[in-house]
Design a protein around this ligand. Sequence first.
Ligand code: ZN
Ligand code: ZN
Length: 457
Amino acid sequence: MKSHFSALAALSLLAATAASAAPPPLSLERLADDALENDRVAWDFVEGITTEVGPRQAGTEAEARGRDWAVKWLKANGFAGVKVEPYKMQTWVRGEERAEIVGTFAQPMKITALGNTASTGAAGLTAEVAYFPTYADLVAAPAGSLAGKIAFISHDMRPTQDGSGYGFAGPARWTGASLAASKGAVATVIRSIGTENHRTPHTGGTTFAEGVTPTPAGALSNPDADNLERMFARGKPIRMKLTLTPSVLGETDSGNVVAEITGRNPKLPPVLIACHLDSWDLGTGAIDDASGCGIIAAAAKQIARGDRPLRTIRLLFAGAEETGLWGSRAYAAAHRGEAIHAGIESDFGADRIWRFDSNFTQSAPALYQRLAKAVARFGVAPSQEVATGGADLNLARESKSAILDLQQDGTRYFDLHHTPDDTLDKVDPVQLRQNVAVWTQVVGILANEAGAITPGA
Ligand code: ZN
Ligand code: ZN
């Protein structure tokens, strides 16, 4: 009896010991593998903000609701130091938008205004259209040759995995209206900077050079640009009536949302991970860029399930990226002089990461090789490209920090980019989780790297 009791006591003592000892934290590798299979955090963010807030146009009350939502979500998910860092910005909002061919071949077309452009007035504007197949053709047009005309730039974009088509076609949107205006154009229409054939025009910002008065400008959907090209092939003058009534609200409030996973040594320069919280108003900003914010937050949270990282992981959910990088510039100004260990941004949708670039591939080859080896099992290849970071990494660039680009597959990104079709159903949960897995692995290694990283190509 006595010995039986002793055996029972010994057993219960053993059980109590087992219950009180927490299981050892998962290794970084296990956490990354777990994210690949099981992460729900990134999806939760994208699903939540697109459903409960929707479009988040920079400088508007919708963006403010997005900030409030993100602050609550970050706190609920256990992040430290969650706060809004406010700044002021000039805010532009869309109005009515209509385009129609009048006279020969009269018919309506689908158009959307470009950010920062002027209004035609409610009565609209009618003028002859001057056709430029490419941006280079517009560059070659003589000074004054567009007086009183609407310039049509039909520079087209093809899909590529690395998104390089955007750099090729993008100038038509970024500076085409300014260039046409400087040659006398009263307005500009461009072929959408997009790679699909739906009648969903792609919006986006444009910039007028100093001394050039902004004009009305819009993007036609790709099928409408095709149609307009066929009209020009018939050799007759083409006239268009444009009604675009955007307005400038003047200076309004915007802000960046910041949060962190505090490191064991918070005095060391942090790893800065960034995305942008604002979106264009046409869709719900699921791929651009709720997915980016979901990915970086999910990875940081996953890392925090393991051993506390050596360095702080700082999250920047930048505001007002789309209409002119207001948030990134405000963040760089507010934190000028602060050292950054490494900067990475996610702003290219939710499709899988396939390549990994850095600006220290040559100067810190051992670290680059270690990172490359760690992400190889997720199908990510090393490269010799030099990372320059995204729009929201101004601070990392200004402070000449280490920068990494985790390149996502951009093949279908520009089908959806800046259109009403940028919605949750386009996010593939399997590829979204692959992003979280790669980010967990990479950010986890960087946040535990004791030595500074010297960039150098
Ligand atoms: Zn973006
Ligand atoms: Zn965008």
